[in-house]
Design a protein around this ligand. Sequence first.
Ligand code: IP8
Length: 247
Amino acid sequence: MYIVKIGGSVITEKSRYRKMRENVISRLADEFIPEDSILIHGAGSFGHYIADKFNLNDGLGDSNRIEYARVALDLQELNSAIIRALIEREKPAITIPVHSFHMVGEEFPHRRFKDYMERGIVPVTYGDVVLDPRKGMGICSGDQIAFHLSKALRPDKVIFVTDVDGIYDRNPKIYGDAKLLGEVSGKEKLNFSGTVPDVTGSMEGKLRVMRAIAKLGIEVMVINGLVRGRLRRAMRGEDVKGTRVLA
Ligand code: IP8
């Protein structure tokens, strides 16, 4: 069984509010292998833009209810585009939005994901707004969902699909001489300066989640979703350019 997490920066233009990359969504839907898989996607400019502007991760305030509702709607629209792209390719996919069933601090309800997979339907979920017992509302990132589902369902592999080839020793978008790392464990000294954190964390935080999944004994890969064929080949178990994350 595979869990695939597609980053928001792959399927949207992060600097333009609600701007999808339709051609990338179509191609990744082509490449995605539906058998025994769960798909999680990030929010990109359908979530982070408003979440950042109205501090949604700080919790529910007197005046930001409407923004929570708007982000939930925007994310449903992004999610619908992905579900539609899969269904158009005869890949049965169904959405399981986290805001509808999960409260932070409670055990993550994984059972329905399994139920759909057992029936040959791909459960698709995404980083979302979420109920929080302390601060009213908050945000649950796709990476956190990947961790919860990995812990409960023990997939063979978790593939993180990003907009770069993998994990580098420093930010490849700033440093031309950044070196792609074939493997990353806790030992390397990486330089994360210059990476722009979004509301759910920095690259450093994402790597922490990936390593937590690897610690469960699960194979974790980071690949580039903007390069044609990489997702398909990674899902077929072939060797692809990218980074293996070790515990
Ligand atoms: O893009 C964030 O999910 P992520 C969800 O997976 C929101 O970090 C609402 C910004």
